[in-house]
Design a protein around this ligand. Structure first.
Ligand SMILES: NC(=O)c1ccc[n+]([C@@H]2O[C@H](COP(=O)([O-])OP(=O)(O)OC[C@H]3O[C@@H](n4cnc5c(N)ncnc54)[C@H](OP(=O)(O)O)[C@@H]3O)[C@@H](O)[C@H]2O)c1
Length: 259
């Protein structure tokens, strides 16, 4: 299977990331699976080996560790892997008033959602550019389109992911390397439980399944689209905020975030 391409997926142990792994495996990729929960990664790797003959390199790493991106690069180099697609999916949120939230957790959130994503992108892009082919798929959120009271830092990190991705997608035009930003709305995964945000009004308005969301991201990556919002309803909401006063948009966002 030496001719298989390789996709590196962060946060592959649960939710949208695990679905990305299933999709890339189905499409004939070998995988580099990164997250902290090694047993989940091993289970997934064994499922995909049986189903598709996929070979997976498992990297159990805490990506909030500032040294983690260099470690990941080093491990893929040692395994002599060429990473054709980098999926920056790992991320988490923290619910509550900014001033009441644990500061260390808040900074770890920025480290993972923003710094690690930027760092990994910067580490893997040069080899892709040298080859004149490759893709980066960054997972933002519909949170990227407005301020998010009660998840202030999370929304801001996702706005960063969207703007950063769009800017480098533009810079890389004509190089053969593409950057795609996937913006899911509420999706059924571990995310809200982990963020202590299961009571939010937003979740009563329905949520998408992780597989559909990951398929939307994969298709947009293949098409070389810079941005994709998963789900028509989410697309509509993201468009509507562009024409509304920002204070109103922020007040409505607060209502949907409240319990
Ligand atoms: N679910 C939603 O409603 C929603 C909506 C919009 C955007 N998103 C975004 O979608 C992405 C995937 O989230 P999800 O919904 O699939 O949530 P999830 O089920 O909680 O999965 C998050 C993944 O990120 C990994 N992760 C978290 N902290 C990590 C760390 N310190 N080091 C390494 N890996 C870490 C987790 O693995 P370990 O715990 O094993 O480390 C897990 O695999 C995130 O970027 C999230 O912001 C989610």
């Amino acid at each position: 299977m030496a001719d298989r391409k390789t996709a590196l997926i962060t946060g592959a142990s649960f939710g949208i990331g695990a679905e990305f792994a299933r999709i890339f495996a189905r499409e004939g990729y070998n995988l580099v699976l990164v997250a902290r929960t090694a047993n989940k990664l091993r289970q997934l790797a064994s499922e995909l080996e049986k189903a598709h003959g996929t070979r997976s390199l498992i990297l159990a790493a805490d990506l909030t560790d500032p040294g983690a991106p260099a470690y990941v690069l080093d491990q893929t180099k040692r395994a002599d892997l060429q990473v054709d697609v980098l999926v920056n999916n790992a991320g988490f949120g923290q619910y509550g008033l900014f001033v009441d939230n644990d500061l260390e957790e808040c900074l770890r959130q920025i480290q993972l959602n923003v710094t690690t994503l930027t760092h990994l992108t910067r580490l893997y892009l040069p080899a892709m550019l040298e080859r004149g082919s490759g893709g980066v798929l960054n997972v933002a959120s519909t949170a990227a389109f407005q301020p998010g009271p009660l998840m202030a830092v999370y929304f801001a990190t996702k706005a960063y992911v969207l703007l950063f991705s769009e800017a480098i997608a533009n810079e890389l035009q004509g190089t053969g390397v593409t950057v795609t930003c996937l913006c899911p709305g509420a999706t059924t995964t571990e995310f809200h439980k982990r963020a202590n945000a299961t009571g939010m009004r937003l979740l009563r308005m329905g949520s998408m399944d992780a597989h559909t969301v990951a398929e939307d991201g994969y298709r947009a990556l293949v098409a070389g689209k810079p941005v994709v919002i998963s789900g028509f309803k989410n697309w509509l909401v993201a468009q509507s905020v562009r024409f509304s006063p920002r204070r109103l948009v922020t007040a409505i966002a607060r209502k949907t975030q409240e319990e």
